[in-house]
Design a protein around this ligand. Structure first.
Ligand code: PBG
Length: 341
C-alpha cells in the first residue's frame, strides 16, 4: 500500500465534524456569536486649557490632549460615526493642583467648561465624567490624604466627590462615573443628586477597579504621575488586589445595591473572568474599560512589527464583548468605528 492509497482510504467515522460550519466565509458569518458594533464603544477623551493644537501623549500614540474647541469637533466627528458616548478626563495646569484637590470644586474648572461646550454643540452625544480627585491633587491620589500622608481618607473624600458629581450634573453630564473606589460613594452620590434635582443623571460605577500597572500611560496623560513624581503611584489601599475575584464581585455588588446604573470592570483584557462573572450575577449593563496600558501594548508591538495591528486591536475588543461586556471604553473607539462603517 503506497502513501496515496492510504490517504484515500483513511476516513474517520465521525458523527460530528465541527469544521463543516467554518468551511466558507458565508457560514462563518452566519455562525458568528459576537459582533463589535459602533454602538458598543465609548471614547475616552483628554482635555486641556487654552486653544493650542492637540498635544501628543508619548505613551499613547494617536491619542491627544485637546483644547475645548478641538474636543467639541472631535465629539462631533464621533457622533457622526455613530459612537454614542465619550468619557472626559481633564489634564489641568500643575499650578492648579494642591493637597486637597480644591480645583475639583471650581464651577468654572476645565472639565465643567468642557462638558458645557460639548452638550451645547453636540447634545446627542452622552457625556460621562470621572468623579475622582486624581487630576486635581498634588500627590496624584484619588482622595484626601490623612495627616501622616500615608492613607486616603474615605468619608471626607466621599463628601468632596458628592460635590464634584453635583457640579458635573449641573453642567450637563449625562453619566457621572466615580472611579475612586471609596466605600459608600455610589449611595452618597445618588442621594445627593436626587436631593438636588438630578434624578436623571445616571451613575456608572467603576465597580471592580483593580490596582493595576496598566494605568501608567493614563497617568502621563492627566499628569497625576508627574504631580506625584512617580508613575508607580501606589493605590492598593483603595483599588482592588489583582489576585482577588471574590472580593471584586462582592465590592461590585455593593455598587449595584447603592443605586449604580452601570457597573464597570477595569482594566478589561486581563480581567475577563470578572466581566463574565459580573455579567451573570446582575441584570444591569456591564461596561469594561480597555485601559491605556492595554492600548499601549498593542500599539508598541505593532510599531516594531511584531503584531498585526488591526487584527490584534479588533480581537482584543471582540474578546471583551464575548466575555459579557455590553459596552467598552477604548482608545481605539474612533478608528474601530471608522473601520466598521
Ligand atoms: C483615576 C482614573 C484612572 C484611570 C481612569 N480614571 C487611573 C488611576 O486610577 O490611577 C485609568 C484609565 C486608563 O489607564 O486608561 N481616577
Amino acid at each position: 500500500m503506497n502513501h496515496s492509497d492510504s490517504s484515500e482510504d483513511f476516513k474517520l467515522d465521525l458523527g460530528r465534524r465541527p469544521r463543516r460550519i467554518r468551511r466558507l466565509a458565508a457560514l462563518r458569518a452566519l455562525t458568528q456569536e459576537t459582533w463589535l458594533r459602533k454602538e458598543d464603544l465609548i471614547a475616552p477623551l483628554f482635555v486641556i486649557d487654552g486653544d493650542g493644537s492637540p498635544e501628543a501623549i508619548d505613551s499613547m500614540p494617536g491619542v491627544f490632549r485637546r483644547s475645548i474647541g478641538d474636543l467639541v469637533k472631535e465629539c462631533h466627528d464621533l457622533a457622526s460615526l455613530g459612537i454614542p458616548a465619550v468619557a472626559l478626563f481633564p489634564s489641568i495646569d500643575p499650578s492648579l493642583k494642591d493637597e486637597k484637590g480644591t480645583e475639583s470644586s471650581n464651577p468654572y474648572g476645565l472639565a465643567l467648561r468642557a462638558v458645557r461646550a460639548i452638550k451645547e454643540a453636540v447634545p446627542e452625544v452622552a457625556v460621562i465624567m470621572d468623579v475622582a480627585l486624581d487630576p486635581y491633587t498634588s500627590h496624584g491620589h484619588d482622595g484626601l490624604l490623612d495627616e501622616s500622608g500615608d492613607s486616603v481618607l474615605n468619608d471626607e473624600t466621599v463628601e468632596l466627590l458628592c460635590r464634584m458629581a453635583t457640579l458635573q450634573a449641573e453642567a450637563g453630564a449625562d453619566i457621572v462615573a466615580p472611579s475612586d473606589m471609596m466605600d459608600g460613594r455610589v449611595g452618597a452620590i445618588r442621594e445627593t443628586l436626587d436631593a438636588l434635582g438630578h434624578a436623571d443623571t445616571a451613575i456608572m460605577a467603576y465597580a471592580a477597579k483593580f490596582a493595576s500597572a496598566y494605568y501608567g500611560p493614563f497617568r502621563e496623560a492627566v499628569g497625576s504621575a508627574a504631580a506625584a513624581g512617580t508613575r508607580q503611584l501606589d493605590k492598593r489601599s483603595y483599588q482592588l488586589n489583582p489576585a482577588n475575584r471574590r472580593e471584586a464581585i462582592a465590592d461590585a455588588l455593593l455598587d449595584e445595591e447603592e443605586g449604580a446604573d452601570f457597573l464597570m470592570v477595569k482594566p478589561a483584557g486581563p480581567y475577563l473572568d470578572i466581566v463574565r462573572e459580573l455579567r451573570e450575577a446582575i441584570a444591569l449593563p456591564v461596561a469594561a474599560y480597555q485601559v491605556s496600558g492595554e492600548f499601549a501594548q498593542i500599539k508598541a508591538a505593532a510599531q516594531v512589527g511584531w503584531l498585526d495591528y488591526e487584527k490584534c486591536r479588533d480581537e482584543s475588543l471582540l474578546a471583551i464583548k464575548r466575555s459579557g461586556a455590553d459596552m467598552i471604553l477604548t482608545y481605539f473607539a474612533r478608528e474601530v468605528a471608522e473601520s466598521i462603517s
